[in-house]
Write a protein of this length. Sequence first.
Length: 274
Amino acid sequence: MTDPDSTFDSAAGLLGRITEELGTRLGRLPRPRTRPPVHAPTLVAVGHGSRDPRARATLGRLLDRVRELRPGLDVRLAHIELNEPLLDGTLSELVEEGRDAVLVPLLLAPGHHVTHDLPAAARRAGADARVAEPLGAHPLLVEALADRLVEAGWTPDEGEGVVLASAGSRDPRSGAEVRRIAALLGERLGGVPVVPAYASAAAPTVPEAVRALTARGRRRIAVASCFTAPGLFASRAAVHAPWIASDPLGAHPALARLLLHRYERARVRELAGI
């Protein structure tokens, strides 16, 4: 008669050997690849660059506001020229990290930098980067412009006028966009006449715009600084203000929201294949 204990021991030993062999074979199988975490594209805010040391610090504070609004989003600053980090270097870093990006121009209107320099930099670096629209004629931009005027001492008066000072460009689309910004700002200020003026490459200049408003009977003329940060052009424009000149837009909360709006709009357009 077979001993039950010996039968149990044999079955247990066989089961143990089977389990051991199965474990060995499973250990030889290739491990499944884990998917890398899905990241939103990096927001690269691209400024022109300036020799004014206040410019980079100002844009840094602006991007801090953007990070506060969107925790976890990778937000970086880059410059076309004059300041580090330069755009080429930032894009090369992103390629090495395997990240794609949305380039948000810290510029007010279309022009050579937006249509040529930014896409060319992305091609040189081999980066997967989409260029967003410039800041442009948007209510958030106008909100920031109006607030800066109030901070400078603006008060409603029938004899007031505003010169909207911006960098200027030979691209006709740029002038058209600045005129739209001027029209929106005039509406925001209750129908005050707002005349666009340019620091370079286009007319009228700030002094010419001031004279035009004076000829229309405007007694108190303010200069609205349509620049993202302090620099040579903003300083030149402010010098010609007969009354007050507002500070550049800088780290205004509305400008931070506008950067995120342009970023998200570029992402939506990419997903839609536009």
